[in-house]
Design a protein around this ligand. Structure first.
Ligand SMILES: O=C[C@H](O)COP(=O)(O)O
Length: 218
């Protein structure tokens, strides 16, 4: 059983590294979630997370899992085991945290889910590795800068590092050149899509991100 669970979490974390781009949905209104996911998925997003501080995040995860069979649906802002359990019960396929909490990793792994663990300092990163996190989410990466992120790849050369916070189309390629295995983006994607113009604008933006990611060589 544990071999199957391990294989599942390795498969999902590898898919995230292949896709290279995770859309973060952090919305104020639950009713905005489903139309936004519809737009993102139709535009080509393969992996997305719904944050726990989005109203109704559990219901929206469950709905998205039932609707989009070929898209990875994760839960974000999972700062403790209570939220992790809610996300798991809702059907989340991966867990994203802003902080290092060993108990969250243990719980997620018992259910075969990978954890993208938030870490900022070298000590945080080392702790996340010690806790067996699957991908280390360097957060908030943009506040520290690409050079700071690149410096982390020295001691942590064999570790999958995923910068989050402040990633956008203008700087996307710099993060990958510095060693990112993937990135996650919120601001550009966490927008209500309530009419055709908003839908088309967001679709075009997603296409630009996907095109930039597709042209990466690493
Ligand atoms: O949860 C969102 C993170 O803070 C990243 O946000 P951002 O991509 O808008 O900088």
């Amino acid at each position: 059983m544990s071999q199957i669970l391990n294989a599942n979490r390795i498969k999902i974390s590898n898919q995230i590294k292949q896709h290279k781009l995770v859309a973060i949905l952090r919305l104020k209104q639950q009713s905005d979630v489903a139309p936004l996911i519809n737009c993102l998925v139709n535009a080509g997003i393969n992996a997305l997370e719904i944050t726990s501080n989005t109203p109704g995040f559990e219901q929206e995860i469950a709905k998205a899992r039932a609707t989009y069979k070929n898209t990875l649906i994760g839960a974000g802002t999972i700062i403790n085991t209570a939220l992790a359990q809610q996300a798991i019960d809702a059907g989340a396929q991966f867990i994203v945290t802003p902080n290092t909490n060993q108990a969250v990793v243990e719980l997620a792994h018992r259910h075969g889910l990978p954890v993208l663990m938030g870490a900022l300092t070298p000590t945080d990163v080392a702790n996340a590795i010690e806790y067996n996190a699957d991908i280390i989410k360097v957060f908030p990466a943009g506040s520290m800068g690409v050079n700071y992120f690149k410096a982390l790849t020295g001691p942590f050369s064999d570790v999958p590092l995923m910068p989050v916070g402040g990633i956008n189309l203008d700087n996307l390629t710099h993060w990958f050149a510095a060693g990112a295995c993937a990135v996650a983006v919120s601001s550009d994607f966490s927008k209500p899509v309530n009419n055709k113009q908003q839908y088309d604008t967001l679709s075009q933006l997603v296409c630009k991100y996907l095109s930039a990611v597709a042209h990466l060589t690493n």
